[in-house]
Design a protein around this ligand. Sequence first.
Ligand SMILES: O=P(O)(O)OC[C@H]1O[C@H](O)[C@H](O)[C@@H](O)[C@@H]1O
Length: 535
Amino acid sequence: MEEIWRRLDAKARAVAERPIAALFEDPSRAGSFSARMGDMLLDFSKTNIDAEALELLIDLADAAGVAACREAMFSGEKINETEGRAVLHTALRNPSASIAVDGVDVMPGVRRTLARMRDFADAVRGGAFVGQGGPITDVVNIGIGGSDLGPAMACLALAPYHDGPRCHFVSNVDAAHIADTLNGLDPETTLVIVASKTFTTVETMTNARTARDWMAGRVKDPAAQFAALSSATDRTSEFGIAPGRVFGFEDWVGGRYSIWGPIGLSLTIAIGPERFDAFLGGGAAMDAHFRVAPFRQNLPVLLALVGIWHAQVLGHATRAVLPYDQRLARLPAYLQQLEMESNGKGVTMDGTPATRPTGPVVWGEPGTNGQHAFYQLLHQGTQVVPCEFLVAARGHEPQLAHHHRLLLANALAQSKALMRGRSLEEARALAETAGFRGKELDRQARHRVFPGNRPSTTLIYPQLTPAVLGRIVALYEHRVFTEGVILGINSFDQWGVELGKELATSLAPVLDGAPIPEELDGSTRALLRFVAEHD
Ligand SMILES: O=P(O)(O)OC[C@H]1O[C@H](O)[C@H](O)[C@@H](O)[C@@H]1O
């Protein structure tokens, strides 16, 4: 692979000065540097990737063994090597498959749990399951990380399909989060879902106990209005939740990949089991595409290769996710966990230090809001930030179609502006029109120059339906996987979150009043003293 990396580096140097816009002298570029999956189009023609670069990137994916690793993942091999686990979130959205782990078919269990989720969601939605004061009006999902971001993102994304009880999400251990969420809810008609794979996560368990206490003041049997999404059935029963309302999943579903199973229960209650099935179907369709489409037409592989080109070859340290879709407001946060917890690693599979930068910083906000905030830096700042636009051809508000037309115009204008820029000559003409002359004209013109040549991709789809959302999420999952394989890292563990948790556990007693340990560093001691003075 080293030789291919070297050739990519040489290619990057060769194209450094070439404007992306110049590549469009080839009239077929938009078609050659884009790919479709059904009615979804990924356009990566507004990047500096040309035929030779694409060839090299595909060689890189081949040399890294992406195809073999992909099959190893789908077939249940234990590719999460540091934890000795299979990686089978794809099984959750393909209930008719037959997949064995350690020689045991895991699919009957998947189907049983899915059927139980459906029954429970129907019961909550239809009134067969009621609170102690009547039908459930509100669902509070208490979880964090993968047990929060997926359902929170998807519930908002699919708001037009929401015909069940209202859904709320509490994740932060900050009392403000649960206090503000429960404020105004009726404990007699609220269902609390405690979502935690391990059922030990401090934030979630603290919030779950607070919710139970809140309910205890008003309802006779709070536990009867609790459900749990967890593999730890001993801990859920210790908490008092009846086994009939516990929905488990196996260790081969990582937290950030868990929206497809029980962690999707709040979403299922919100939009109904049929639409949740459509969401699963969208994910399964992307799986099928990822498994069979040639790399040149394979959306997850291409998105990964664009990512590798920008982060590992050109050295851009961040990438922005810019959904022109207000309902995808939580997608950047969701992708931050998916991408940064998966590929923010320092060592390769065999424990040796990574020789290239690993996963980039992922950040973003919906458009058009970002345009009036941080796009200044995207257009004129000194760092190049590759941008990933997402937009639907039509919205869900036909009576307000003019809003959507403006939204689309802005999305398309931004990617064009980033690529095209504005030359000094054009800027001078503008400044002249504005009345500037002489030296001042020159100064003013320079502030109006846009360097351009800033890369972006656009993912466009007809409408943000449950099936399309399923495809988008699976697209990004497989993109992360493909990048991880090329970088030779384990995308499925997350050891980097442990140290902070351990230290928080050791500091908690000090905040409860124990003396400040002498061996603590001076900064932490000073901060603790400040808390003690102002408590
Ligand atoms: O579902 P839980 O066991 O409560 O875990 C919740 C989250 O916390 C951990 O710290 C991990 O970083 C996440 O990957 C996980 O999704």
